[in-house]
Design a protein around this ligand. Structure first.
Ligand code: FAD
Ligand code: NAI
Length: 472
């Protein structure tokens, strides 16, 4: 006899676990199925984000930043550090503990919200009267509504499968036991820059090979240029416009044949190679074809603007569907779907989803870039303010970068905000709120911001749109 649920969620990452909690809050009987295993074979809720993504990468970014500060920046504060040493094992152990705290936190939230959790693979069996039969490991469940949140997997380079020893995905990149002397990365996207930064700070000689001729093409050009300057200064070597050829992995490491931007044949020899060339939607083991769940040519589940699939009562959210592969986007979709199932008007505003790259300097943005505005012939005004002119940034000793506002020339409505600099990840929230409320740059310019704070750079950039900065 199958266990009956109102809502069955397949996948316990940010899209799935949040959808399950919201559905339970709305009074539904909810099950969530997730197959992730920790090192001991137990459940590890939270998906890619918690286990091998957002959380462990930020833990290592923090540890490596402390190490770099202790070695390079404490002296200017009059703090002398003698005998500085690095214990990579302890760094990884702390990272694992941070991950486990998050795994346990989600387990607790499931108990608190009475979400029934099944550890194992979830797959469609068949459509039944009033719902779907779903296999959860060895158990059989029936759900009136099903939310698929099965996430994504790292894309491998053709001919160079991940062995997680020498050729690493994001998983192996977070488990390197000793600092490699030479580290190569393919792809200077978000993972390339974040993981490249971690291992450079810890002492590796890092080279990133990027296929595109432009650096961070999706980022506002002025901001990307400023970030590139900072990375060059740090010694993060980024080669643009390359064409990667044969990759050979052996006992001594990895050798990558490539043509540089001029078309000249080159070879990069490294101890470890991280391949970070994007991710592919994951529907492995779901039996999508068995029930006729429609996928697109990239393998993503086809959904409409409300995350409805082609099957009645089946929804899909997060990395497994179109749109940016971001944890907060997955979460918002999860909430919206649970609310739609309850007959409410769940809503996700794709125009105000923030992006953050957690390097140093951090890069964060929301809305349109200047090149996008130009491409669509929009009449706009721009205002920038450098952190160099911000008192808090000077006190922090972190003055790289700027805040940039883009506003409609006629109405002054904010169209985009782009930040490269300290705490950009936190500062961007003000811009998201402003854009969500359709604020003008004048609105931000007239709001009192605490002094001294980095957020004053946001206010000043808004003032700069009207050419009336006060501190620059
Ligand atoms: P996932 O988190 O991938 O979760 C899917 C879950 O479903 C997994 O637990 C999987 O095991 C399970 N599953 C799959 N199929 C089945 C099945 N058939 N049965 C049972 N379970 C199944 N995003 C950010 O917003 N900020 C960041 O800082 C950030 N950093 C990142 C760093 C790295 C290194 C990586 C790789 C990604 C990062 N991301 C970040 C992206 C973020 O991790 C994803 O966007 C997010 O995890 C997507 O959530 P999801 O719920 O759609 O899928
Ligand atoms: P990405 O899409 O950010 O970057 C991939 C890069 O690889 C691109 O610049 C692309 O041009 C390049 N590339 C692709 N094929 C190539 C090839 N054959 N040779 C050379 N270069 C090639 O993907 P990434 O870094 O793998 O991250 C995947 C996703 O995970 C991100 O897009 C993002 O959605 C998410 N993520 C988010 C983070 C955050 O929010 N801070 C952190 C890490 C990941």
């Amino acid at each position: 006899m199958s266990q009956q649920f109102d809502v069955i969620v397949i996948g316990g990452g940010p899209g799935g676990y949040i959808a399950a909690i919201r559905a339970a809050q709305l009074g539904f009987k909810v099950a969530c199925i997730d197959e992730w295993k920790n090192a001991k074979g137990g459940a590890a809720l939270g998906g890619t984000c918690t286990n091998v993504g957002c959380i462990p990468s930020k833990a290592l970014l923090q540890s490596s930043e402390h190490y770099e500060h202790a070695g390079k920046h404490f002296a200017e504060h009059g703090i002398e550090v003698k005998g500085l040493s690095l214990d990579v094992g302890q760094m990884l152990k702390r990272k694992d503990q941070v991950v486990e705290q998050n795994n346990k936190g989600i387990e607790f939230l499931f108990k608190k919200n009475k979400v029934a959790f099944f550890h194992g693979r979830g797959s469609f069996v068949k459509a039944v009267e009033g719902g779907y039969e779903i296999k959860a490991g060895e158990e059989s469940l029936v759900g009136k509504q099903v939310i698929v949140a099965t996430g994504s997997n790292a894309r491998a380079l053709p001919g160079a499968p991940f062995d997680e020893e020498n050729i690493l995905s994001n998983d192996g990149a977070l488990r390197v036991g000793a600092v490699p002397k030479k580290l190569g990365l393919i792809g200077s996207g978000v993972i390339g820059l974040e993981m490249g930064s971690v291992w450079r700070r810890l002492g590796a000689e890092v080279t990133i090979l990027e296929g595109l001729p432009t650096f961070l093409g999706a980022v506002d050009e002025q901001i990307a240029k400023e970030a590139k300057k900072a990375f060059d200064k740090q010694g993060l070597k980024i080669e643009l416009g390359v064409k990667v050829g044969e990759v050979k992995s052996g006992k001594k490491g990895v050798s990558i044949a490539y043509a540089n931007a001029k078309g000249e044949a080159q070879t990069l020899e490294v101890d470890k190679l991280i391949v970070s060339i994007g991710r592919v939607p994951n529907t492995i083991g779901l039996n999508a074809e068995g029930v006729g769940l429609q996928l697109d040519e990239r393998g993503a589940i086809v959904v409409d603007g409300d995350c409805r699939t082609n099957l009645p009562g089946v929804w899909a959210v997060g990395d497994v569907v179109r749109g940016p592969m971001l944890a907060h986007k997955a979460e918002e979709e999860g909430v919206a779907v649970a609310e739609r199932i309850a007959g409410q008007h769940g809503h996700v505003n794709f125009n105000t989803i923030p992006w953050v790259i957690y390097t140093s300097p951090e890069i964060a943005w929301v809305g349109e870039t200047e090149q996008q505005l130009k491409a669509r012939g929009a009449a706009y005004k721009a205002g920038t303010f450098p952190f160099m002119a911000n008192g808090r940034a000077r006190a922090l000793g972190d003055t790289t970068g700027m805040v940039k506002f883009l506003a409609d020339a006629a109405t002054d409505e904010i169209l985009g905000v782009h930040i490269v600099g300290p705490m950009a990840s936190e500062l961007i929230s003000e811009a998201v709120v402003a854009m969500e409320f359709k604020a003008s740059s004048e609105d931000i310019a007239r709001i009192c911001h605490a002094h001294p704070s980095l957020s004053e750079a946001t206010k000043e950039a808004a003032l700069a749109v009207d050419k009336r900065t006060l501190n620059f």
